[in-house]
Design a binder for this molecule. Sequence first.
Ligand SMILES: C[S@@+](CC[C@H](N)C(=O)[O-])C[C@H]1O[C@@H](n2cnc3c(N)ncnc32)[C@H](O)[C@@H]1O
Length: 206
Amino acid sequence: MSALERAFCRSSAWRFVARKAVLPWALNHHSLTGDVLEIGGGSGAMAAAAAHSFGHARITVIDVDQTMVDTARLALAGFPHVNVQNADVTALPFETASFDMVTSYLMLHHVIDWQDALAEVSRVMKPGGAFIGYDLTDTRLARWVHRIDGSPHRIIAPGELADGLAAAGLTDISVRLSFRGHLMRFHGRRRRAAPPGRHSPAAARR
Ligand SMILES: C[S@@+](CC[C@H](N)C(=O)[O-])C[C@H]1O[C@@H](n2cnc3c(N)ncnc32)[C@H](O)[C@@H]1O
């Protein structure tokens, strides 16, 4: 991330907006329950908002940048059901099928190997678990801003994201444009295992 983005992400203005407006909009009426992983949690602004709104969810926040991890740990110290770790989303240090939900807010476009990130997200979700979030779309403005600030990025087009979610084994996929096409909200669900025998060729012949 660029110095500008890092400063914005850590500002009290962003914390305020994250809690009042961005989290409810990003979740789009979904509730956070059970074990929830937030990838690329930055300063912890969205996790703090989530911890306020969903007091029963056990939230794990990861970020690859130690400065952001330290900032998030401070911001989230008052929430015993939240923990923050330094980790790369493309190589998550969690067991397969550990989380009920994974959230991602404005971070995927920072991950050059975002398809690997989606594969990891899918791996750590329990069958039936939900992946919810939002990101920038591939607009001229987004490309221009990131070229100016010099941060590594690979902005994803909505169709590419939908294909990537399917390739990662997710189902019930939705990718919807918002704010005149500058942002996209997305959702996917890890496939549940088929009941034994239900889809077997032998069962189909019976
Ligand atoms: C624009 S910030 C968004 C922060 C936060 N989600 C929010 O909405 O306030 C993107 C974050 O993704 C993190 N990030 C980038 N690449 C990552 C990776 N490979 N694994 C984990 N975190 C990553 C960055 O360090 C940064 O904190």
